[in-house]
Design a protein around this ligand. Sequence first.
Ligand code: COA
Ligand code: ZN
Length: 315
Amino acid sequence: MNHPLDSAPKRVTICEVGPRDGLQNEAVPISTEDKIRFCDLLSDAGVPILEATSFVSPKHVPQMADAGEVFRRIRKDAGRTYLVLVPNERGLDRAMEAGVRAIAVFTAASEAFAKANIRMSIDQSVDTFANVVKRAKADGMWVRGALSTAFGCPFQGDVPVTDVVRVCKRLLDLGVDELSVADTIGVGTPNQVFDIVDALRAVVPPEKLGLHFHDTRGTALANTLAALECGVRIYDTSAGGLGGCPFAPGATGNCATEDLVYLLHGMGIETGIDLAKLRAASRFIAGKLGRPLASRAYTALEAADTRTSRLAAVR
Ligand code: COA
Ligand code: ZN
């Protein structure tokens, strides 16, 4: 019998964004030492791409002010990609000084969000990135183009699919190696995933398309399943479901890495990630944040382990 998910990939690449998308939005300051430890635990867990930090303006995002030191001191395993966000040439200079080999430039599908997040119009941001991408590629770097608010904008509301395609095309024309198309405020539903992925087929080869879901309204896994059905193989998630964007009112955490890994492994789809080691990374950062994590899989598996160890103690 044909299965609806026969077209789903057998292996998925997860880009772990907890240290950046997650920590940038936390009120509790996390020390440089603890950020480094968190990244190293995520490397231990086997994440193939780690978005470690961002070289943005410390005036706008104080939590990422120590990007240079964090990046220099995290362990870089062979075969993994350590990615950072770069908004302009100043960011690229700082990234190069720190030895970065993979960057993401980022703009938005809606003008209002681009203005709030990077204080540029979409056109201005693409102009700014032209030099950034050119210099990065000349240096042999891997470059990602990230697009915020593709599924809805906190200021504008609905975002036309044609705008998403138009800005993605402009990023691809700059020469980026991969796209990450984001539901920054977690408003998307699976029908939108089908529409957006379908419309993007005309401009981006499937192996270059990544999606970035937030679970603000509980639709992140449903959206991921829809995207798997479309053959999308790259997903951004955050350990424990950390996250949000300081410039997107009401935005909460990313799709949790544990939730997606649990779902994929259950479906026989490989990720290369060790779920127990991933939970160790999340447990570490939860302790530093002093709050419970949003991830359902993390919470359930931690509770099951506690029950088992209690039973063992009784015996
Ligand atoms: N790294 C460090 N400092 C930077 C910087 C960078 N990449 N870019 C700008 N700055 C500094 C400037 O030197 C300037 O400092 P000064 O006032 O001491 O001279 C200050 O930041 C403002 O610079 P300006 O060029 O006027 O930028 P802006 O205020 O228009 O902000 C961005 C533009 C893109 C730098 C800023 O909006 C930004 O960093 N946004 C990132 C937001 C983000 O990370 N969002 C989450 C990801 S979705
Ligand atoms: Zn995000």
